[in-house]
Design a protein around this ligand. Structure first.
Ligand SMILES: C[S@@+](CC[C@H](N)C(=O)[O-])C[C@H]1O[C@@H](n2cnc3c(N)ncnc32)[C@H](O)[C@@H]1O
Length: 188
């Protein structure tokens, strides 16, 4: 039996199924998103790559009354579906376009970087974090030892984030076959 998910998550999952979108975050990652969002009750919470709003809904589940949530999606249909889900909550802004639109809302206390930025501009991703801000990136493959490997080769992207001088970064096992990076931007 599946542990119940929040209603908005279920609605966003249904919306994803309707359009055959299969890249929504899994509940294991979602619960991590809710927990981390809840640590910043008056924070600015951001997401790149909204999809149909599943990750957004998990972040929203932990969103403080004085917090704000901004998410961006370049696919107009997906963005519209997500925007409709949160239309009644003034704390939530769904942007349509490139992930760099987020910059106008930075710095972020929590940033789920899930579509744009993670691979193409890692330095900009770090720069968008407030001191103490928490970065979350999912969909990595577990690897023991250092440096981390992916398909037998050094995973340069993961090494970059895990070894970044302005991040305190670690990996969290989300399922037996997947990890998320969770990193806090240092304040010095
Ligand atoms: C992994 S899916 C996002 C899933 C969603 N965050 C969730 O947890 O349910 C990645 C999404 O990022 C979007 N995307 C990819 N590159 C982007 C970019 N440069 N700017 C904005 N959105 C982008 C894709 O269209 C896709 O919908």
């Amino acid at each position: 039996m599946r542990r119940a998910v929040p209603l908005t998550v279920a609605e966003a999952e249904r919306s994803a199924a309707e359009v055959g979108f299969t890249q929504s975050c899994i509940p294991e990652v979602g619960r991590l998103l809710s927990a981390i969002a809840a640590t910043k009750p008056a924070g600015v919470i951001a997401e790149s790559g909204t999809g149909t709003g599943v990750g957004t809904a998990w972040l929203h589940n932990g969103l403080g009354l004085d917090a704000r949530l901004v998410t961006v999606e370049r696919d107009p249909d997906r963005a519209a579906r997500a925007a409709a889900l949160f239309a009644d909550d003034p704390r939530v802004t769904v942007l349509t376009g490139d992930w760099r639109l987020l910059e106008a809302h930075a710095p972020f206390d929590v940033f789920f970087c899930d579509g744009g930025g993670k691979r193409d501009d890692p330095e900009r991703v770090v720069n968008l974090l407030a001191p103490g801000g928490v970065l979350i990136m999912d969909d990595f493959t577990p690897s023991t030892g250092w440096p981390p490997l992916f398909e037998g080769k050094v995973d340069a992207l993961r090494s970059h984030y895990l070894g970044h001088p302005r991040l305190m970064a670690t990996e969290v096992l989300t399922t037996a076959t997947s990890v998320a990076i969770v990193a806090a931007r240092v304040s010095w």
